[in-house]
Design a protein around this ligand. Sequence first.
Ligand code: ADP
Ligand code: MG
Length: 257
Amino acid sequence: MLEVKALCKSYRGLPAIDNVAFTIRAGEIVGYVGPNGSGKSTTVKIVTGLLEPNTGQVLFEGKSIRLNLDHYRASFGYVPEEAHVYTHLSGLEYLQLVGRLREMEEPLIDLKANRLLALLGLESWRHSPISLYSKGMKQRILIAAALLHDPKLLIFDEPLSGLDVLSARLFKDLLQQLAAQGKAILYISHVLEVVELVCHRVIVIAKGRILADAPPSELKTSLALANLESVFAQLVKQQDTQSVAQELVQTMAVHHV
Ligand code: ADP
Ligand code: MG
C-alpha cells in the first residue's frame, strides 16, 4: 500500500535521512523507532506530503503521492507528535472542521464525530474548548480526527504520550483491530514494550539510516537478546546509561571545588 523509496533529505547540507526505504502492506502494523534526532519526524513529514525529499519518492497504491496530494491526504489519518489543534474550538467543532476538510457529508460527520467522542470518553467535554483539555484528552481528539474519514493508512507519531493506562490499553487494542480491518499502520514510538507487543515489523533508524527492518521476534533471535529494548540499545550503540547516571549523581553531590 505504501512504498517509501530511497529517501534523502538534508537540512543546510547536513543529512537528516539517508536512503530511507520501506514498505507497509494492508493489515500491517510497522513500528518506527530510533533515538532523538535520528530522522523519524523527517520521514513522517515526507510520508505525509508536508515536506519534499531531496531525492527519492513515496508511492501510495503504486502512484507517487505528489501526483495528487489532495487525493492522497484524504487516504490517510495522521496523529502528529504535538497537538497544534485549534484550541479555541470545542472537540466537536474540531471534528466537524476536519470532516468538512475531508469533504464528508454533514449528517455523517455529526453521527461519527459524536460516536467517536463518546467511545473515547470525551462526550461530556464535546462542547468545551480544546484549550481546557488535558494532554491525554487532546491526544484522544487527534485520534478521533484521524479515524473520522475511514482512511486506509494511519500514521501515529508518539500516540501514547499523555494517555493514561486505560486509554493506552484501548489504543493498543485499537491498533490491532485496525490492522485486522486491513488498514496499513506506521507507528512511531519510544515505548518499546508496546512496539514489541503490537508491531508485525519494526524498523530501527539511527543517524538517518535504517539499521534493521524485521519482525521483533526475528530481531531478538538473530541478536540473541531477550527483548526489543536490548536489541535497540545494541543496534544504536547508545551510551552506557548506567555509568552516565552514576556520573550525574556524583556531579550533583559536589559541593566544593
Ligand atoms: P527525530 O524525529 O527522530 O527526533 P528529526 O527527523 O526531527 O528526528 O531530525 C533529524 C535530524 O534533522 C536532526 O539532526 C535534526 O536536528 C535535523 N532537523 C530536523 N528538522 C530540521 C529543520 N527544520 N532544520 C534543520 N535541521 C533539522
Ligand atoms: Mg520527532
